[in-house]
Design a protein around this ligand. Structure first.
Ligand SMILES: NC(=O)c1ccc[n+]([C@@H]2O[C@H](COP(=O)([O-])OP(=O)(O)OC[C@H]3O[C@@H](n4cnc5c(N)ncnc54)[C@H](OP(=O)(O)O)[C@@H]3O)[C@@H](O)[C@H]2O)c1
Length: 322
């Protein structure tokens, strides 16, 4: 794939979401023409997209649902590449995981890939997650998890971790489909994504940090989180799209940090928030590597910059008011 948009057309699913909005901003700034899919183009939660630089000329929104193949075909027609970003990311437990999480993730991904085959799309970038990598209790302790590591489906089921199961099944199906149908598919597995928001609604990963700042975090466990900046995720998505040699899966992560250390870092910069205390020690650390992505040329910003930009955005947007 050549570098730079030069008016070339790509489609982004779930355009109004957190990651997709930053990706579209980046694509537009690189001269791409973008077809964005949203479930309801008239919903004001998608209005920010039209205010992005170059959007008036180069962004077209299409009404599409992942479970409706024809709507995806219509949106991706005329595009040379597709970024499949849409997938349910529930912030809390859902009553019907099969319908609300698993089916849109798995059948939705297959529908997108079938549409891409029909349209002879040159490359499809599927956004997976470290949730499809790291839920693997029998991975040797201390061994860094790389792209060879897949979350254990049975373990996801037993622990009712439906989001992890949905991402694991969807990514595995995508790579399998790629082999069987000779479609160029690359997957990216970001860890917990933070950074400022472009969209007016609050997505699940941003809520994680907002809840820490508001002292509302339900879990008291001092677990490890792997944080990556949303702008670095957008860069990674464009990189794996444009680099001809990109193939297979890529873990996209930057900073492992335990909750206590995260709170201490935040407290040193913003002492006046009501941070959770009395954390319980747990022994569930794991390490992830993004060496493969870095070898392709990916660079990422320091954690402090992500945290400062996030908190300043939340403050300005009034998201930290009780
Ligand atoms: N944020 C993270 O920490 C993180 C980490 C790793 C991977 N990811 C992945 O990144 C992608 C984007 O997540 P995000 O954090 O940006 O979350 P988000 O803001 O909630 O975006 C999810 C998007 O998916 C769309 N969607 C869900 N179900 C759909 C359906 N049936 N048909 C059409 N669209 C549907 C949503 O549309 P509506 O607005 O219409 O609901 C929304 O635009 C997901 O694939 C997620 O698994 C996120």
């Amino acid at each position: 794939m050549e570098e730079g948009g030069n008016g070339r057309r790509v489609c982004v699913t779930g355009a109004g979401g957190y990651v997709a909005s930053w990706l579209i901003k980046l694509l537009l700034s690189h001269g791409y023409k973008v077809h964005g899919t949203v479930r309801d183009p008239s919903d004001k939660k998608n209005a920010h997209l039209k205010r992005l630089g170059n959007a008036l000329e180069n962004l077209q929104l299409f009404k599409a649902d992942l479970l409706d193949c024809d709507s995806i075909l219509g949106a991706a027609a005329g595009c040379e590449g597709v970024f499949h970003v849409a997938s349910p990311v529930p912030a809390t437990k859902v009553p019907n995981p099969e319908v609300q999480v698993i089916s849109p993730a798995v059948s939705g991904t297959l529908n997108v890939l079938k549409a891409c085959s029909t349209l002879r799309i040159k490359r499809v970038v599927v956004v997976s997650s470290s949730a499809a990598v790291a839920l693997k209790p029998d991975w040797p302790k201390g061994k860094v998890m790389d792209e060879e590591c897949w979350s254990d489906r049975e373990y996801c089921r037993i622990t009712e971790n439906w989001y992890c199961l949905s991402k694991t099944l969807a990514e595995a199906e995508a790579l399998e489909y790629s082999k069987e149908h000779n479609l160029d598919v690359v997957t990216l597995c970001p860890s917990t994504v933070l950074g400022p928001l472009l969209q007016p609604t609050v997505n699940s990963s941003s809520l994680f940090l907002i809840n820490i700042l508001k002292g509302l975090r339900q879990s008291k466990e001092n677990s490890v989180y792997h944080i990556v900046d949303v702008r670095d995720v957008a860069d990674a998505l464009l990189l794996v799209y444009e680099k001809p040699e990109a193939s297979g899966r890529y873990i996209c992560t930057n900073h492992p940090i335990k909750v206590r250390e995260l709170i201490d870092t935040l407290r040193s910069m913003y002492p006046n928030y009501n941070y959770p205390n009395n954390l319980i020690e747990v022994d569930n650390d794991y390490a992830l590597t993004s060496e493969k992505l870095k070898k392709l040329g990916w660079k990422c910003r320091p954690l402090k910059e992500t945290l400062v930009d996030s908190v300043e955005y939340y403050e300005e947007a009034g998201l930290l008011n009780n």
